[in-house]
Design a protein around this ligand. Structure first.
Ligand SMILES: Cc1ncc(COP(=O)(O)O)c(C=O)c1O
Length: 446
């Protein structure tokens, strides 16, 4: 820290110089965070920033906005009784996943007292976000991984889940919208398998759905009627989503809803009364800004169901178009599947997944692509990291990463991911395509 303070304009200019070197957030297409907001949100922000949601007596508006957002989500996710459900606002899906996992673990522990030598385990797909693995490590629970590959449609296959569960399983984490490929786990099929397991063994294993992205995508699409993933399935006890992703709120807000309050066992809901009034909460954080919750509430009301439907379906259309354009070059093939007719994307290792449906594949609007087999054979010089760098030179961030062991015969897959959101217009999509095609041409011609 300098010994003396400096004039405001100087400090601001110094900081702006550094900030300007960043990738503009609106051109960061590797990430899910919403970056475009209307003027009204920007005007409400200063008021919201000063209000700590932990002080509900002083700022009842924030508490009310949060409760209403939770009720809207419970209804959106088909809770049998939105009034009977319970939820919490968090700093994101990561915190929400910790709370969901901890509730499942505590419930299992209470039901299995007297057996201290038994170690709880939790079922996690290899396609799960790192926060799910964090839950297992931080909360001393054995993580049992479900293998994921091209053969399982990059999702957790019920047959593989069945092989991992036992009487020490606290629950199964499933993903609605894989971070790596965008696929939905076959939640209904896993739920059916767990129903059969319960009939055979008496063990009632809950499902938590990590719908970080999909929680704000699936309800607004036509496939939501025949892809049953939410509280319509009695076995789904809790669902989380990130408001700052497809929820269209500002960073950083997440949500978790339990189908009934009873799924949060005794001892986790704590009362505090040192501030004015008594508050009961189940959260990991305490003080924070109210901006994201206020923004979430604003977006729900400003856009309404029709507005969200329009947005999400436009993103999906752009994702489909970009996928088809990439594949039409012959150089690329997409791992993500929203551009394919539904039946082409079934989990081929599980016959229970086979349902005919002429609609397009469900999934979140991301495009994950790799070099086609043909391009790899013909042009060994092609290198995806060069393409990512070329886009970066244009200040577009489209990350390149390796997906370990998900390819044919356990090979690694080199992939790039484009997250379609508000800022990815058709015009920008065409610009990005032009850069990619030009750079591929340069690599091939040496
Ligand atoms: C499936 C999934 N779960 C959890 C997370 C973590 O979300 P957050 O950044 O809101 O903590 C992500 C982030 O991309 C995700 O894709």
């Amino acid at each position: 820290m300098p010994s003396e303070g400096a004039p405001t304009s100087l400090v601001e200019a110094m900081m702006r110089k550094d900030i300007e070197k960043d990738t503009p957030p609106s051109q960061d297409f590797g990430r899910f965070s919403t970056t475009t907001f209307d003027d009204a949100i920007m005007r409400i922000m200063p008021d919201a920033a000063l209000r700590n949601p932990a002080c509900l007596e002083e700022y009842p508006s924030v508490g009310m906005f949060q409760e209403r957002c939770l009720t809207i989500l419970a209804e959106l996710w088909n809770s049998p009784s939105a009034a009977g459900s319970f939820g919490t606002g968090t700093t994101g899906s990561s915190e929400a996943v910790m709370l969901g996992g901890l509730a499942m673990k505590r419930k299992w522990q209470l039901e299995n007292q007297g057996n201290p030598e038994r170690r709880p385990n939790v079922i996690i797909g290899e396609n799960a976000h790192i926060c799910v693995e964090k839950f297992a490590h931080y909360f001393d629970t054995e993580a049992r991984y479900i293998p994921v590959s091209e053969g399982t449609n990059y999702s957790a296959c019920p047959k593989n889940v069945r092989e991992c569960i036992d009487s020490n399983t606290i629950g199964v984490f499933l993903t609605l919208g894989s971070t790596y490929t965008g696929h939905y786990d076959p939640i209904e099929e896993v739920s059916k398998m767990l129903d059969e397991y319960e009939r055979d063994t008496g063990s009632d294993i809950p499902i938590h759905v990590d719908a970080a992205s999909g929680g704000f995508v699936a309800p607004f699409t036509s496939t939501n009627e025949n892809v049953v993933w939410d509280f319509r399935l009695p076995r789904v006890k809790s669902i989380n989503a990130s408001g700052h992703k497809y929820g269209q709120a500002l960073l950083a807000v997440g949500w978790i809803v339990w189908r009934e309050k009873k799924w949060i066992p005794e001892g986790l809901l704590l009362e505090s009364s040192y501030l004015r009034g008594t508050q009961t909460a189940y959260t990991l954080s305490f003080s924070k800004s109210s901006i994201p919750v206020v923004a979430q509430y604003y977006q729900f009301h400003q856009k309404g169901l029709t507005g969200y439907c329009k947005l999400i379906n436009r993103y999906l259309e752009i994702a489909r178009l970009l996928s088809l354009e990439l594949e039409s070059t012959g150089y690329f093939s997409c791992l993500s599947g929203v551009h394919l007719p539904r039946q082409a994307q079934l989990c081929i290792e599980s016959s229970s997944c086979r349902k005919e449906n002429p609609a397009m594949n469900p999934g979140i609007p991301i495009v994950v692509f790799t070099l086609s087999d043909d391009a790899k054979k013909k042009y060994p010089v092609l290198d995806m990291s060069v393409l990512s760098d070329a886009l970066h030179e244009m200040k577009f961030s489209v990350p390149h990463y390796t997906i370990k062991g998900w390819g044919k015969d356990g090979s690694d897959i080199e992939a790039m991911r484009v997250v379609v959101r508000e800022d990815l217009t058709l015009e920008i999509m065409r610009k990005m395509m032009a850069v990619i095609v030009e750079r591929v041409g340069n690599l091939i011609s040496g």
